[in-house]
Design a protein around this ligand. Structure first.
Ligand code: FES
Ligand SMILES: [Fe+2]
Length: 423
């Protein structure tokens, strides 16, 4: 064996298959590195990155196995003793709220012979019992009973394997890596921006999940640029500024006035960026106060502590899997998980003041109409993009340095993360 524990006899030439984790073991790392070397700066990735099963496996490890991921809302998990499962590639993850109210994350895999413990999407339980041989775990992951195991069996070292979980102003982030990247900068940037919207003390008015027939990178590329918006999202463009992601242009009187107004209401505006994470509060277009078809608020009771509610949109997005917009009266949250080389599971949630009553304080169709319409349009765009990318005629094309700045950042970030994992 090699001194670092790997088997050096597996080779280092083309086609090498170095042991690292079971996933990466399956991947031809030299092939992926060579493909990354062919990428032209400022261009889309080569075709294989959007459809090759081996690169999909690599993504599950290099990206979804190592970086921070958006994982939903604190509101998703009932207090106390609620749990949800999240499928990330081959790994089912349990997010559990303990009797103490604390949220914890674990691999949903029994420490006996590895059976999956919870098969449903969500539930409530005072303890978790593996269906196979009834090993029983506490909500803090500790192994409570393991019938038939010999005396002296060390239960303490057979608790559920934890995953890193962070909660920020009602939003959840997880990382499957044993040693995750430092989360503190993301927390420090997001918390003051998002806290006034009080998403932890709100209610989910509507949620929907769909499988899009497109690689997760095409889903996220589509979600992170608005180059296509004027042609494809006429409804959204009534209130969405064309290029909201540029740094604040404080020399523009309207933007400067917006920032001053937010300051006076105690609302920070950013922008904040850190290693694939971005947050920025920007004014809506044409005097709109909310993301609705007419720009007027959809909910009478505003979220949290957002002054008069005319607070633009706080947009926050984390590579590789999410973006969200919090306006004065609701928040729209979008995140996704890769399901296969050409399939992505997309979740969307609409969050409102917990006191707001449907039919009294808001009309659900009106609340959801703009983003639902936009996402229906995006579904077609993503699937159509995948069809074109699959063609023998596909060749990586150039991003617009202005309108697709975020995609250049995204693919650069992706390439850096993948190279790091393939080292
Ligand atoms: S695999 Fe869970 S108790 Fe045996
Ligand atoms: Fe779109």
């Amino acid at each position: 064996m090699h001194p670092n524990g790997s088997d050096a006899s597996l080779g280092t030439g083309p086609g090498e298959r170095k042991a690292r984790t079971p996933w990466v073991e399956m991947v031809d790392r030299a092939k992926i590195r060579a493909l990354l070397d062919t990428r032209k700066p400022g261009h889309t990735l080569p075709q294989e990155f959007y459809r090759d099963p081996e690169i999909h496996e690599s993504d599950l490890d290099a990206i979804f196995g190592r970086t921070w991921l958006f994982a939903g809302l604190d509101l998703d998990i009932p207090k106390p003793t609620g749990w949800v499962t999240v499928q990330i590639g081959r790994s089912s993850i349990l997010l559990i709220r303990g009797h103490d109210g604390k949220l914890r994350g674990f691999f949903n895999t029994c420490r006996h012979r590895g059976a999956q413990i919870c098969s449903e999407a969500s539930g409530r339980a005072s303890r978790l019992i593996c269906p196979y041989h009834q090993w029983t775990y506490g909500l803090d992951g500790s192994l409570l009973t393991a019938a038939g195991m010999p005396q002296g069996f060390d239960r303490a070292s057979h608790g559920l394997k934890p995953v890193h979980l962070e909660e920020v102003a009602g939003t959840l982030f997880l990382c499957l890596a044993e040693k995750p990247p430092d989360f503190a900068p993301i927390r420090a940037g997001l918390e003051p921006l998002l806290a006034p919207h009080a998403l932890g003390d709100a209610k989910i008015a509507h949620e929907t999940s769909i499988v899009e027939k497109g690689n997760w990178k095409l889903v996220m590329e589509n979600a992170r640029e608005c180059y296509h918006c004027p042609a494809q999202h006429p409804e959204l463009m009534k209130c969405f500024p064309e290029i909201p992601r540029k740094k604040h242009r404080t020399d523009e009187p309207a933007t400067a006035a917006f920032i001053e107004k937010c300051k006076a209401q105690g609302l920070p505006t950013g922008p904040f960026t850190h290693d694939g994470f971005e947050a920025n509060r920007f004014p809506l277009r044409n005097g709109a106060r909310s993301f609705t078809l007419d720009g007027k608020p959809a909910v009478k009771k505003l979220l949290g502590n957002v002054g008069d509610g005319d607070v633009g949109s706080l947009r926050f997005a984390l590579d590789p899997n999410s973006f969200a917009h919090a306006v004065g009266d609701y928040a729209f949250i979008f995140w996704c998980w890769p399901k296969g080389p050409e399939e992505t599971l997309v979740h969307m949630k609409w969050v409102v003041n917990k006191e707001a009553v449907e039919g009294v304080d808001y009309d659900l169709a009106r609340l959801t109409q703009l983003w639902q319409t936009t996402n229906d349009q995006d579904l077609w765009l993503v699937e159509n993009n995948q069809r074109g990318v699959n063609s023998l005629g596909f060749q990586p094309g150039p991003y617009s340095a202005d309108s697709e700045r975020t995609l250049i950042q995204f693919t650069d970030w992706y390439v850096t993360q993948t190279r790091k994992a393939l080292r």
